[in-house]
Design a protein around this ligand. Structure first.
Ligand code: EPZ
Length: 426
């Protein structure tokens, strides 16, 4: 398996360009199934998860061309309504094709998305919403089969028990071709939801309210194709901000949208990190005196759960004791044991982690359990003494494009090896 070897203690400097947002492009690719022609998506990040979504679209019969960061998908070629167990297990977000398939073809069949390192990841909110729209849903032999009687879903009033991002996206897409009006209350408000609304409306959908907790969709008879450019990845931007902070560096983040990161920026400023909007980007300046703070992960616009492991790595070397409560996923502290191996003083009780800041962490062998945990361990390594070897970095490749190249561009000493080369970095 591939590993990173990271030599810590080098203050990052220079500028870094943020890639297109993984969690925006995945629902948009699923939505391209709804088009009657070829959809062009620009600024598509070259990520493992995007590769899997391409495989899912091709498995369904679409022709997909991906060159550089532009992807062209022909939604008129869909010839199947079933996603294989193999593909579903590769990536949970494959479940985002359920709404498009069901509303366009009247049927959808996919295997239960596997749980993952951060939780069981059920789909009950997706399925309850689709059933409210008239879908008949059967769960058997590990597959979910959904059928729209008469081939068309009914516009309905749906209230989500929890503002689930995926359920909001699936139900928005299901509603665009349903008969009549659908109102989704207690909807997720993430920027990626607004992005999906913009994309679908460019294809001819009639959606309003994304970004608020009530989204209204007026069903139409069909969608045409369009061209769209993906928004920058706010979690990648937050990850680089944390890397600059832990190394006491001074970097400029290009083309990130600070409006999408207010909770993260506010928390980092509270910790003493200087974050200044400049022409063409955001300046981030670390400090010797990182302050301990409390963090509660919440649905957007609250502090994002996808930044929880990264901020924990920073709090591990803050002055004082911090408390993190993880309110989104039931099991998103897998990175704690690995940070402890680096000397972090962290106690976990259920969904609460108490972090007692240390002067510094020390490099050692650690293992990434999932995407953001891997990023957090790389950040911890950048700030630690000596060398840190992060194993299972395929997790990081799922959500960060050219991660080590971008870090090297900021002066970090990081290399990717297939075998741990015990001599470390030359
Ligand atoms: C999206 O996952 C993101 N993934 C996740 O990012 C992110 O952590 C999450 O939203 C929360 O912001 C993509 O957009 C591809 P949810 P999603 O449905 O849609 C429970 C990353 O690192 N729930 O908002 O799967 C669920 O178990 C990834 O980029 C139900 O109970 O998240 C969780 O506890 C990780 N029933 C909570 O809701 C359901 O039917 C939030 O899940 C659906 C969800």
């Amino acid at each position: 398996m591939e590993k990173y070897i990271i030599m810590g203690g080098i203050p990052l400097s220079g500028s870094v360009k943020i890639s297109g947002a993984k969690n925006a492009v995945l629902p948009i690719l699923a939505a391209s199934l709804l088009s009657s022609g070829v959809t062009t998506i620009n600024d598509v990040p070259r990520l493992k998860d995007v590769q899997v979504m391409k495989e899912v679209l091709e498995f369904l019969g679409c022709s997909v061309e991906w060159s550089g960061t532009t992807m062209k998908i022909d939604g008129s070629k869909v010839s199947s309504i079933e996603v294989s167990d193999f593909l579903m297990r590769k990536m949970r977000a494959s479940n985002l094709v359920m709404g498009p398939l069901l509303t366009k073809f009247g049927m959808a069949k996919l295997s239960f998305p596997g749980g993952c390192a951060i939780g069981s990841r059920p789909m009950d909110l997706h399925l309850k919403g689709l059933a409210t729209m008239g879908a008949k849903i059967e769960e058997r032999f590990g597959f979910i089969e959904a059928v729209a009687p008469g081939g068309r879903l009914e516009g309905s009033e749906i209230c989500l028990d929890f503002p689930s991002v995926g359920a909001t996206e699936n139900l928005m897409m299901a509603a665009v071709l349903a008969k009549g009006k659908t109102v989704i209350s207690n909807a997720a408000k993430e920027p990626e939801i607004v992005e999906l609304q913009n994309f679908l409306n460019k294809m001819g959908a009639k959606i309003s309210g994304a970004g608020t907790d009530v989204i209204t969709v007026i069903g139409v008879d069909g969608l045409s194709s369009t061209e769209h450019t993906v928004i920058p990845d706010r979690i990648e931007a937050g990850t680089f901000m944390t890397a600059a902070a832990i190394t006491k560096g001074n970097i400029k983040i290009l083309n990130a949208n600070i409006r999408h990161m207010e909770a993260v920026v506010a928390k980092l400023r509270e910790m003493g990190v200087k974050i200044i909007e400049e022409a063409g980007g955001i300046r981030v300046i670390g400090t010797d005196n990182i302050k301990a703070v409390d963090v509660k992960t919440m649905p957007y616009p609250g502090f994002p759960t996808d930044m929880q492991p990264q901020i924990m790595a920073l709090l591990a070397v803050a002055h004082g004791t911090s408390i993190i409560s993880e309110n989104i996923f039931e099991n998103r502290f897998k990175h704690v044991d690995e940070l402890r191996r680096m000397g972090a003083d962290i106690k976990v009780e259920g969904r609460i982690a108490v972090i007692k800041g240390k002067r510094s962490l020390s490099g050692t062998f650690v293992n990434a359990s999932d995407l953001r945990a891997g990023a957090a361990l790389a950040i911890a390594g950048l700030g630690a003494e000596d060398a840190t070897i992060v194993d299972s970095i395929y997790h990081i490749d799922r959500g960060y494009e050219n991660f080590e190249q971008k870090l090297r561009g900021l002066g970090a000493k990081i290399i990717r090896v297939t075998e741990t080369n015990r001599t470390g970095i030359k």
